[in-house]
Write a protein that binds this ligand. Structure first.
Ligand code: NDP
Ligand SMILES: CC(C)=CCC[C@@H](C)[C@H]1CC[C@H]2C3=C(CC[C@]12C)[C@@]1(C)CCC(=O)C[C@@H]1CC3
Length: 341
């Protein structure tokens, strides 16, 4: 039995919920159950309020509130977690969805070569090697993509630990951590020795692969407390993130091509509600029955219907444990730095 079927109110917190996949997820969860309480965890107050108002207009009975959270700042994550702990004694679904990618261009030479090679469908499915990335350093002194996509979320999970899951005796008090990962996550772009990807060329892919490893590690350490973690891949979705790569008019122009491409590359979900398919589906599943080594992918048929595909990952539990240890070390060193200042 999952939390939806429980009589106490079901609480779902979604990071990066004011736009794109996060907002579409919020809409779809409310459509499915008006009883769910949603908390939109966003970095910008005006954008968060606008999203909450829009949801309340569409679903007048909906219970929606906001909390300010910037995952690129540990201080902000601590403030948000304190606020969430104050408001809720239990969180059923924690969607770790906020994310960013800084792209300066597309490697069109690589694209054209890929188009006439055997890796063509893999290229469209993953985008591997096609984008030229840049990164920044945050006020915490960490790499921006790493902190925003992964580390800030990890600290949030840690800070909310006593609001997640339960003692093993109360089997209904389960919580699900649902991470928005990516098909772009690849092992070859990740190194335990360069966790923040200071020296590499694809910080986005690195952060998403680290997310896949982290989820496996969290299951190992948190399943006994009834906390279950899963990663999702929404496919290629038209959002502010993709409009940061190429302009909206370009994506509109090639939409028919993308729809046809679905015959071979079903991850071309295109719309945000389609992209949210696997995120919604996970909320309906008994997390105990799910495989922690599977990535849940939103797929789409040529006719536009979305469905969920399962892809086995190959990640060792020991890798998950090692990553958690390293993230804890970074967290401790930041806390020491804070207490000195
Ligand atoms: N679009 C795609 O094709 C794919 C997207 N994804 C992943 O999906 C997730 C959602 O992205 P998507 O909806 O596409 O993109 P959007 O840019 O539309 O949404 C990203 C959301 O994350 C928020 N966000 C960004 N940085 C921070 C931060 N530092 N603190 C808090 N919130 C932040 C944004 O807030 P704000 O509006 O204030 O900028 C926004 O709400 C990301 O993790 C992305 O990596 C994965 C695979 C494919
Ligand atoms: C004709 C055509 C479709 C041109 C676009 C080429 C590329 C810009 C895209 C092809 C595959 C895309 C892709 C992404 C970005 C844009 C592409 C590289 C992502 C990396 C976006 C973020 C993700 O998390 C995964 C996406 C995989 C596919």
């Amino acid at each position: 039995m999952n939390a939806m079927a429980n009589s106490r109110r079901t609480v779902a917190v979604i990071t990066g919920a004011n736009a794109g996949i996060g907002y579409a997820l919020a809409e779809r969860l409310l459509k499915k159950s008006s009883k769910i309480h949603l908390c939109l965890a966003c970095r910008n107050k005006a954008r968060a309020e606008e999203a909450a108002d829009k949801l309340k207009q569409k679903f007048p009975d909906a219970d929606v509130d906001i909390v300010l959270l910037d995952t690129s700042s540990v201080a902000s994550v601590h403030r948000a977690a304190a606020e969430l702990r104050n408001r809720y004694d239990h969180i059923d679904y924690l969607y770790l969805n906020a994310g960013m990618m800084k792209v300066t261009g597309v490697d069109w030479g690589y694209f054209w070569r890929g188009l006439f090679s055997s890796r063509v469908f893999y290229m469209f499915a993953t985008g591997e090697g096609l984008l030229v990335h840049e990164d920044e350093v945050t006020d915490d002194g960490l790499q921006g993509v790493f902190e925003t996509n992964l580390f800030g979320h990890y600290v949030l999970v840690k800070e909310l630990e006593d609001r997640l899951g339960s003692s093993a005796s109360d089997r209904y008090n389960r919580s699900q951590l649902i991470w928005t990962s990516s098909s772009n996550a690849t092992r070859k772009n990740f190194s335990m020795e360069d966790l923040q990807h200071e020296h590499g060329k694809d910080p986005y892919s690195s952060s998403k692969f680290a997310m896949d490893i982290l989820s496996v590690g969290l299951n190992d350490s948190m399943n006994k407390r009834n906390v279950y973690s899963h990663v999702v891949c929404p496919g290629l979705v038209m959002t502010n993130l993709t409009y940061g790569i190429l302009p909206a008019w370009f994506w509109t122009l090639i939409m028919p091509f993308i729809c046809l491409l679905r015959i071979f590359v079903p991850g071309m979900t295109y719309s945000a509600p389609n992209g949210a398919e696997a995120l919604v589906w996970l909320s309906t599943q008994d997390p105990v029955s799910l495989d922690p080594q599977v990535k849940y992918q939103s797929f789409c048929g040529v006719t536009g219907h979305s469905y969920v595909n399962q892809e086995k990952m190959s990640i060792g539990v020991d890798e998950g444990q090692e990553l958690i240890k390293k993230l804890d070390e970074i967290d401790e060193s930041l806390q020491k730095k804070c207490s000195k200042n």
